[in-house]
Ligand binder design. Structure first.
Ligand SMILES: NC(=O)C1=CN([C@@H]2O[C@H](COP(=O)(O)OP(=O)(O)OC[C@H]3O[C@@H](n4cnc5c(N)ncnc54)[C@H](OP(=O)(O)O)[C@@H]3O)[C@@H](O)[C@H]2O)C=CC1
Ligand SMILES: CC(=O)C(=O)O
Ligand SMILES: [Mg+2]
Length: 760
């Protein structure tokens, strides 16, 4: 995009619709007159009285505990300088937006006409009753130091100047990781810091506490090197003044420097300067919006460089956005009175560590990359990585508790993790529980279509996460090429080209021939068939050479399921197979069956499907509650579907008295326990909504799950194939990497359950 377009796009973005980027949204119902009497007069007087009696109740009855003030006087807005409070408002609204989307913290942005320390401090102090925390933003040095010092001393809620400490935390984590990758020790690096303002001073102090030596640092302000010869330096800058006399300008300082840190202004560093730096240099050009040197120029000047900027449109965005949302989240959640050094260091470590762990697929997708991993172009996590909230906020909360500034103690950290995840609307607890179960006893999973990128990527993830040991079927050369092109590394993975002759294949052919010889298969046909990867994979599972088979990404369902049925067959006492989906909805998980195999099941078939689904659901949740759905409730309408469904329920009640199952009923009654109780108090499903829905036909099941996926935004995990003797799971044509990983996880748990039942 050219610069003019980008400028206009940015202006349009802010002006479009309701001007600006944030709004206030009510959190309580306001539909009826009763709602309004509670929300406002007279009801509102009650919380007022309660708070007047006990001021701490303000956290109980108002938004204070989750409300942060983002406050600026517009004196150092990004690298744009002293452009005034009004002009700073887009940045402050932007910070508010980031607080909300990344940490579910509400923000009032306040741009104040107050330049002196006293004016600013008096305004902010007076706001203490409203807010749970104060994020100071874009206030120039040196007033920012005194403002923060006083507010911290005089206020009883956490106060943090983001440009100082947010930036110090993120760049501290980035520095640790960049130096590790470049093979440099923090104690030995020679560092040039350009800028001597709010961000530069605090970042440098952080680097000192991480091990960098003061004598190895030189710092510049707009007037040049901070040197002991200068008479214009205030006390803060004097602290970083050097006695060196061999440096006249930035170019001199850059010679043989290991690290350059820019927190000054755009385009003040040249390629020539970078060329003179030491081997494997680290350059953090963090001025916004224009870095001290652009990413493109820097990486063109040096191939051995680790280059970072504050911008989101290049690799390695070293920007305080990785910190402030999560630091305040952790601080608010324990009602911390301050954000102290212990909390900052905990955040540095959590961020640095996170970058070394495998990157979730969702992050790769969000950044349109295939395999982000710790290295030159990925030294710290990406802002859209949702692990940040659990990792950083819990580290900060723990440090607050341990350092004695927390007024509320968290003891159940698992529950806190869940709470953090649900704040982002990503609390897929059931899938996480299933994943944890899979990891307890990983299984060998054979992938029939391993010469495709998505399968290999999924195989990499399940291997890295300890969910499964992959076995890859396909053209080995092609598999290796895809791995090479996408920097995948599955280590010592078993790869099999099913076209190669081997004893194993002969055994498979013999087996298939014996099983199918009276169904029209000759030995030579069986030999040919086992070259097909679905037959081969199914045989591996049948022979105990693998624990589960995953296939179907590139073939239709019937072609994939047939080999499994012929080779493995249905489980003992089971007459048919069926398919089920785990639907992860906003209201929690619900299982749907049969969504995949049986087109118009008879009464007996419906009974079989229910038994299969109920049993499988019990692998994943402790108490399946099953509703057989129809368009009528308990005989309210007659017709083929209500009649067969009611009859199936009658048989289920008779044969399986312990199964929690009822019907026939409409979907809204199944999912709304109150509605069911008010109208059909006799139902055996009373008390809680159903978590397992059995559909009367394939059409209704299939349509329902797809509608829920598209309109309801639910995530569908499946189809989970039920009724086979051993685990074979069939992917949807064109499944995403995430869907494949989910299916492998399900397959592993399925294999664990099959092990458990056969060993009993
Ligand atoms: N990536 C990130 O997360 C963050 C980036 N920043 C960026 O850092 C920069 C500074 O912000 P902040 O510290 O808040 O602002 P300040 O106004 O407090 O500090 C700016 C500093 O840069 C110095 N400076 C300006 N121009 C030059 C130059 N050409 N050469 C050397 N020094 C120069 C100023 O010197 P003097 O005092 O003598 O005028 C001052 O010391 C901004 O560009 C901002 O966008 C800030 C916070 C976070
Ligand atoms: C990122 C930020 O806070 C700044 O550039 O000022
Ligand atoms: Mg800022």
């Amino acid at each position: 995009m050219n610069k003019a377009n980008r400028k206009q796009d940015a202006l349009n973005y802010h002006a479009k619709g309701r001007p600006g980027k944030i709004e206030v949204v009510p959190t309580k119902p306001t539909n009826t007159q009763r709602d309004l009497t509670l929300a406002y007069s007279p009801g509102v007087a009650e919380p007022c009285r309660a708070i007047a009696e006990n001021v701490d109740d303000v956290y109980k009855y108002t938004a204070k505990g989750n409300l942060v003030a983002v406050i600026s006087n517009g004196t150092a807005v990004l690298g744009l300088g002293n452009i005034g409070p009004e002009a700073s408002k887009p940045v402050m609204e932007g910070k508010g937006l980031l607080f909300k989307i990344y940490a579910d913290i509400d923000v009032f942005d306040l741009e104040v006409n107050a330049k002196s320390v006293d004016d600013f401090v008096n305004i902010v102090k007076a706001l203490e009753p409203t807010f749970g925390g104060v994020n100071l933003e874009d206030i120039s040095a040196p007033t920012c130091f005194e403002i923060e010092r006083r507010l911290k001393a005089e206020m009883n809620i956490p106060v943090m100047h983001d440009d100082q400490h947010g930036t110090a935390i993120i760049s501290g984590a980035a520095l640790m990781n960049a130096c590790e990758i470049q093979g440099k020790k923090l104690e030995e690096i020679k560092m040039v810091v350009n800028g001597a303002g709010a961000a530069a001073v605090s970042c440098t102090k952080m680097y000192l506490s991480l091990g960098v030596k003061k004598e190895n640092i030189v710092m510049f302000d707009i007037n040049g090197l901070l040197s002991t010869n200068r008479t214009d330096l205030d006390d803060i800058r004097k602290e970083f003044a050097t006695t060196r006399t061999d440096i006249e300008n930035l170019a001199d300082a850059m010679k043989n420097a290991d690290v350059f840190v820019g927190l000054s202004a755009g385009n003040v560093v040249t390629q020539e300067m970078l060329v003179t730096m030491a081997e494997n240099p680290v350059v953090f050009a963090m001025a916004n919006p224009e870095p001290e040197i652009s990413y493109d120029l820097a990486t063109a000047a040096r191939t051995d460089i680790i280059m970072a900027t504050g911008r989101s449109d290049y690799p390695n965005q070293v920007n305080n956005v990785l910190g402030f949302p999560y630091i305040f989240r952790g601080a608010l959640d324990v009602r911390a009175t301050a954000i102290n050094e212990e909390m900052k260091i905990a955040a540095v470590k959590a961020i640095a560590e996170m970058a070394k762990r495998p990157v979730p697929e969702a992050v790769n997708l969000a950044y349109n990359t295939t395999n982000l991993k710790f290295g030159r172009d990925y030294i710290i996590p990406k802002p859209m990585d949702q692990r940040l909230i659990t990792e950083v906020s819990s580290a900060v909360a723990k440090a607050a508790i341990n350092s004695g500034v927390a007024r509320k103690v968290i003891t159940d950290w698992d529950a806190y993790h869940e709470e953090l995840l649900s704040r982002l609307g990503t609390n897929n607890k059931l899938m996480r529980d299933i994943t944890n179960k899979a990891k307890q006893s990983p299984k060998r999973v054979v992938f029939a279509e391993a010469d495709t990128y998505k399968i290999l990527r999924a195989a990499q993830i399940v291997k890295d996460e300890g969910i499964a040991t992959p076995i890859l079927l396909g053209n080995i050369q092609k598999i290796k090429q895809i791995m090479y092109d996408n920097e995948l590394d599955l280590g010592e993975v078993e790869m099999i080209d099913t076209r190669d002759e081997c004893d194993r294949k002969k055994d498979f052919a013999e087996f298939l021939y014996k099983k199918r010889q009276r169904r029209g298969i000759t030995l030579s046909e069986a030999k040919k068939l086992v070259t097909d990867r679905n037959y081969y994979g199914a045989c591996m599972v049948q022979f105990g050479q693998a624990d589960a088979l995953i296939s179907g990404l590139t073939k239709n369902y019937a072609d994939t399921i047939k080999p499994a049925l012929q080779v493995i067959g249905t489980d003992e006492g089971v007459n048919r197979v069926a398919g089920m989906y785990l639907m992860i909805t906003e209201k929690g998980p619900v299982f749907f069956g049969d969504t995949t195999v049986n087109i118009n099941p008879t009464v007996e078939e419906l009974v079989d499907i229910t038994v299969l689904v109920e049993k499988a659901v019990s692998y994943f949740i402790s108490k399946p509650r099953v509703a057989l759905l129809s368009y009528s409730n308990f005989g309210s309408n007659k017709g083929d579907i209500p009649d067969k469904t009611a009859e199936a329920v009658r048989i289920l009640h008779q044969r399986y008295p312990n199964m929690v199952v009822d019907g026939e009923m409409q979907a809204n009654f199944a999912l709304n326990a109150e509605l069911l109780k008010d109208n059909f108090a006799f139902s055996t499903l009373n008390g809680k909504p159903a978590n397992t829905l059995i559909f009367p036909t394939l059409a209704s099941g299939n349509i329902a799950y797809k509608l829920l996926q598209e309109i309801g935004g639910a995530e569908a995990v499946g189809p989970i194939l039920l009724g086979l003797k051993k685990p074979v799971h069939v992917l949807q044509l064109g499944s995403s990497v995430r869907e494949i990983v989910n299916m492998v996880t399900i397959a592993v748990v399925d294999a664990q359950e099959k092990d458990r039942t056969t060993n009993r």
